[in-house]
Design a protein around this ligand. Structure first.
Ligand code: MN
Length: 313
């Protein structure tokens, strides 16, 4: 059986957790932050930052994160560096007038997927900085709320919320989460461009969740802007518009989670870990299995675990 090991910083473990959300298993490994089983691979992430990939797709999965390792210099010979693609953000993009786009909630069992995009004109960049816009992973929830409330009064933006009833319906028809995300980002960008009414951004920057070719394949038959559209992982650090979009998306997600918790009469936790299984079981006990359709991304492994816990009580 093939295997790969990476050493990554905590922020990458967090992104992995979100990425593999639908494939989380019950946590039973000592010292592990999570274990996930996407197709053909078992991934175990340890608190030490070590991440173990096992199975026939081990190398393929590890590859996704290879650029985020703590020792990239040793791993990446210069000759193997990929040719810059047309989708790679251009030099100096950080000080341009840009639409940035990001999403939240994809790895969370409870709550919607929210996608936001923000147009940050270059003249507004110092103001955004002043408002405290930065990588939302370094911000606590109350700060997110505060900054988001300022932001929505300051910059043109658009926001889409995909609630789980609709999510489950699309998922059951066979649509992948990747395609849903592509459709949402594209629609959010389209809505914002309409709002801008002729103002043309110098670039559109999408926090990368899929290969650009895959992204555009998902959008076949749709109106999509391809020119000056760029993709990058960790795009929040490349342009403040993406950081701002991420903050608005997270703010919306938090608001929705509050509403859902009130509606359920249970505090619904974020993520897809053991606390989430417990809350899922409570939800079933209280409102029946039908409630999963409204509150959860039902195809996540949490559903089976929640049912199991509920049946034992
Ligand atoms: Mn993102």
């Amino acid at each position: 059986m093939s295997h790969s090991v990476l050493k990554v910083p905590p922020s990458v473990i967090e992104r992995m957790q979100s990425h593999y959300g639908p494939h989380m298993t019950s946590l039973s490994v000592q010292g592990a932050v999570f274990q996930a089983k996407p197709q053909g691979c078992t991934i175990t992430a340890y608190r030490s930052g070590k991440v173990l990939f096992q199975g026939k797709n081990a190398e393929k999965e590890a590859e996704r994160w290879a650029a985020d390792t703590e020792t990239p210099a040793a791993k990446k010979p210069a000759s193997k560096k990929s040719i810059p693609s047309v989708y790679q953000p251009p030099e100096g993009i950080g000080s341009m007038s840009v639409i940035g786009s990001d999403e939240v909630g994809t790895g969370d069992y409870f709550g919607p997927i929210t996608v936001a995009c923000v147009y940050a004109d270059k003249t507004k960049l110092p103001l955004l900085k002043e408002l405290g816009v930065k990588d939302s992973k370094n911000l606590k929830d109350p700060q997110i709320v505060q900054i988001a409330r300022d932001l929505i009064k300051t910059v043109p933006y658009s926001l889409l919320v995909l609630r789980n009833e609709k999510y489950n319906e699309m998922q059951e028809k066979g649509m992948s989460q990747g395609k849903m995300k592509a459709l949402l980002h594209n629609q959010a960008i389209g809505n914002l461009l309409k709002k801008l009414d002729g103002t043309r951004p110098e670039a559109i920057l999408i926090d990368q969740f899929a290969e650009p070719a895959v992204y555009f394949k998902h959008l076949a038959g749709k109106t999509a802007v391809k020119e000056r559209t760029y993709f990058s992982t960790k795009a929040e650090g490349i342009h403040l518009s993406v950081a701002a979009a991420s903050i608005i998306a997270r703010y919306s997600f938090l608001t929705e989670m509050d509403k859902l918790s009130k509606q359920a009469g249970i505090t619904l936790p974020k993520g897809a870990g053991p606390l989430v299984d417990e809350a899922g079981a409570k939800l079933i006990k209280k409102h029946g299995e039908g409630a999963l359709r409204v509150f959860t991304k039902r195809h996540f492994a949490n559903t089976q675990k929640a049912k199991r816990i509920a049946s034992k009580r």
